[in-house]
Ligand binder design. Structure first.
Ligand SMILES: [Mg+2]
Length: 112
C-alpha cells in the first residue's frame, strides 16, 4: 500500500465503509454525511479558537478528509478528478486583498 496515493486512501475508506456496512445502515446518506462533515469542521474550528495543539488540528482535519473522501464513495463521484479540474480552474483566477487577507475568487458582482 502506498500511503501517499489517493487510490490507497480511497480503498482504505471503502474497506471502512464495508466493515460497518455503511451502505445498508444510513452511513452513506448524503444529508447525514453533510451534517457529520459540518460537525468535524466545527472541531477544526475549535482547535483554532481554543488554541489546541497541531496534533489535534491534524487529527480533526483527517476526520474531515476521511468523511469527504467517503462522501465521494457514497455519492459516486471521482473526487480525485474533481480536485485536479477545480485546481486548474482556481489557478486561472485573480487574487485580491479583502480586509487585509488574500482572496482568490471570480469576484462576480464585486466592483473592481
Ligand atoms: Mg473529530
Amino acid at each position: 500500500m502506498n500511503k501517499n496515493s489517493y487510490k490507497s486512501m480511497l480503498e482504505a475508506i471503502q474497506a471502512f465503509h464495508d466493515k460497518h456496512d455503511f451502505k445498508n445502515n444510513g452511513g452513506e446518506d448524503l444529508a447525514y454525511r453533510v451534517a457529520l462533515m459540518a460537525e468535524e469542521l466545527g472541531e477544526i474550528s475549535a482547535c483554532v479558537t481554543k488554541g489546541k495543539s497541531k496534533k489535534d488540528l491534524a487529527e480533526e482535519s483527517a476526520d474531515l478528509l476521511i468523511l469527504l473522501m467517503g462522501t465521494a464513495i457514497s455519492a459516486d463521484f471521482d473526487l480525485n478528478e474533481a480536485f485536479w479540474q477545480k485546481l486548474e480552474k482556481i489557478n486561472q483566477r485573480k487574487s485580491k486583498i479583502v480586509n487585509g487577507k488574500i482572496r482568490v475568487s471570480e469576484f462576480r458582482g464585486v466592483e473592481k
